[in-house]
Design a protein around this ligand. Structure first.
Ligand SMILES: NC(=O)c1ccc[n+]([C@@H]2O[C@H](COP(=O)([O-])OP(=O)(O)OC[C@H]3O[C@@H](n4cnc5c(N)ncnc54)[C@H](OP(=O)(O)O)[C@@H]3O)[C@@H](O)[C@H]2O)c1
Length: 312
């Protein structure tokens, strides 16, 4: 597997632990379990409302020598209500304090949409701020300053498509180091992946298993006959096939689990070596099925539409 390297030689681990919807009382054990079994990347965000508990687990892991700080890659994300450059430094400092860290490895703009200050969620159009009033380029320059100040080693974006990536670089001349986007066999996003790879932007695949929506249904990725056949062939779990596919495409994957067995099972995907035939078969089951479609910010009379967000 080709290593995912930043320009300065740092590595983005191929697999990390997701923490969205991990309840505060569950995430502490999940993070420790993941670190013990070998994960070296934890994906966090302010808005997941569990960074304090993640931080307690990290503190325990460092204090008792389970892992060293420099061996662990920690990502967090700037929430939509903190896009104003006056707020970005406070936002990262709050996250650093919650995580009990001095510096992040990676800080991402969570979504290409802005909310009014203090709004974790938007209930009406008035809670949204348009990109005309709060351009992404302004926020991005503020992110760059956080990197210059040493508060994060790397900066990137999330949920950005090709036009938004192009626009950001054209406006600021600062290239994102990572784009974290939804990617799984039912949403393969080949053009976006190819563009990022050509531009040396590392890609992290979120909801790499298809999220909770596609796991427990008969139409889900886990029940797809192609995936089941490949799992049989390699005598492994279907989740391992799905994650191995993500990693073989050159993306890092960040499956979320709070279950000890599934955390271990997912990490085992590193050992699964899919061949060209497996990859081709999986590439044929794409459905262009987006699960995180940003419906939380498409509101009556609001500044955002599906078209303005996804530009497709
Ligand atoms: N940047 C963004 O906007 C964004 C958006 C969404 C997600 N993310 C990040 O990406 C991470 C992963 O995405 P996700 O949480 O949406 O979805 P996911 O990792 O694709 O799927 C998580 C779901 O799968 C279950 N699961 C995990 N391993 C399993 C296995 N081996 N077998 C069967 N079920 C399994 C989990 O339940 P259990 O916990 O019970 O195992 C959970 O319900 C998030 O946690 C978050 O860190 C980022």
């Amino acid at each position: 597997m080709k290593k995912l390297k930043f320009k300065n030689g740092d590595e983005l681990p191929p697999i990390g632990l997701g923490t969205w919807l991990s309840k505060p009382h569950e995430v502490y054990d999940a993070v420790l379990e993941a670190i013990r079994c070998g994960y070296r990347h934890i994906d966090c965000a302010y808005v997941y409302k569990n960074e304090i508990e993640v931080g307690m687990a990290l503190d325990y892991a460092f204090r008792y020598g389970i892992v060293k700080r420099e061996e662990l890659f920690v990502t967090s994300k700037l929430w939509n209500s903190d896009h104003d450059p006056e707020r970005t430094e406070n936002a990262i400092n709050r996250t650093l304090s919650n995580l009990q860290l001095k510096k992040l490895d990676l800080y991402l703009i969570h979504w290409p949409v802005a909310f009014a200050p203090g709004k974790d969620f938007a209930n009406s159009a008035g809670d949204l701020v348009s990109l005309r009033d709060m351009p992404l380029s302004i926020t991005w320059q503020a992110m760059y300053k956080l990197k210059q100040k040493g508060l994060t080693a790397h900066i990137g974006v999330s949920n950005f498509n090709i036009p938004k990536l192009r626009g950001l670089v054209a406006d600021t001349k600062i290239k994102p180091e990572v784009n974290q986007v939804e990617m799984h066999p039912f949403l393969q996003q080949n053009d976006l992946l190819a563009y990022c790879q050509e531009q040396s932007i590392l890609v992290t695949a979120y909801s790499p298993l298809g999220s909770r929506h596609l796991i427990k249904t008969d139409e889900g990725i886990h029940s797809h006959p192609v995936i089941i056949d490949i799992a049989r062939k390699h005598q492994c779990a279907v989740s391992q096939v799905i994650l191995a596919w993500g990693m073989k495409r050159g993306t890092s994957v960040i499956p979320k689990s709070v279950n000890e067995e599934r955390i271990r099972e997912n990490f085992g995907a590193l050992k699964i070596k899919l061949d060209g035939e497996d990859m081709e078969k999986i590439s044929a089951i794409d459905k262009n099925l987006r699960l995180s479609n940003a419906d939380f910010c498409v509101l009556p009379k609001g500044s955002y539409t599906y078209k303005s967000i996804w530009e497709e």
